[in-house]
Design a protein around this ligand. Structure first.
Ligand SMILES: [Zn+2]
Length: 263
């Protein structure tokens, strides 16, 4: 089931997942931080014949997004967007009658600025003051070991949340049945999260129109291209095999629905 909540500030799209599979129903909301295309220059592996055949000019439709799940009366937020004053995350929360202090759990796919940027306010204080924060040990260790300057935002942000930061290993089951799945490649500890039949896969795909059928194409943001390609192939297959609803932080309309098998 899908319903759209339209507000002046944001478009929130909600899906109820799991209802037909015998699992408990889980409601997921798409919080679109920014509807923005990704420049074709970010996909140097995409040859011009393919780009032309897809009718793409200059950009691939995309977004910057976060997702919110309500589970057993708790609010679970996945990533926080860029944190810019005109971003859509706060408007999305507002339209649901929520404030950042209502978020109980915050799950972070990786430490790029369009995912952790909303965690601190302009003064450097935590925005999600009541949240327990979950990130992968692999992501944390890799960013803390980067040269100063490359990791300043990640260091500052994780330090601000140190008293409520929980570092997990891939395969761990986190609160409310959230499963942490290895999606490494885009970053060293990039994580996908599964909740019932919803797969929140972070940055597995940046340009859907290019990469869903050509998973060998990387975005320039992918830190390890060979591992990114293998992960992209594995995650798409996994979502198809298990008939999952995919929520992606750079999907142009938030979701990819594999719950109905292809004809
Ligand atoms: Zn991203």
């Amino acid at each position: 089931m899908r319903h759209d909540v339209l507000t002046a500030a944001a478009v929130v799209v909600a899906f109820l997942a799991g209802g037909c599979s015998g699992k408990s129903e889980t409601e997921i909301f798409w919080l679109c931080d920014k509807a923005a295309g990704q420049s074709l220059s970010l996909f140097p592996d995409a040859d011009s014949t393919l780009v032309e055949s897809l009718g793409l000019v200059d950009e691939v439709p995309s977004s910057m997004s976060a997702f919110l799940i309500q589970k057993d009366g708790k609010w679970l937020l996945f990533d926080t967007g860029l944190g810019l004053p005109d971003g859509g995350i706060r408007g999305g929360l507002d339209s649901l009658g929520l404030s950042p202090a209502d978020i109980d759990y915050l799950f972070i796919t990786h430490f790029h600025g369009d995912h952790i940027g909303g965690m601190l306010d302009a003064s450097g204080a935590p925005v999600y003051t009541e949240a327990q924060v979950y990130a992968s040990q692999a992501e944390y260790d890799a960013w803390m070991a980067m040269p100063a300057g490359a990791n300043a935002q990640a260091v500052r942000t994780m330090e601000a949340y140190r008293d409520c930061l929980h570092l997990f290993a891939f395969g761990d089951t986190l609160p409310y049945g959230v499963e942490a799945i290895d999606a490494v490649g885009h970053t060293p500890g990039h994580t996908a999260f599964q909740v019932d039949d919803i797969l929140i896969w972070g940055d597995v795909i940046h340009g859907l129109a290019l990469q869903l059928d050509h998973r060998e194409i990387c975005a320039a943001y992918d830190m390890d291209s060979q591992t990114s390609i293998a992960t992209r192939k594995r995650m798409v297959q996994y979502a198809r095999d298990h008939r999952l609803l995919v929520a992606g932080m750079h999907l142009p309309s938030g979701f990819l629905d594999f719950r109905t098998p292809a004809e």
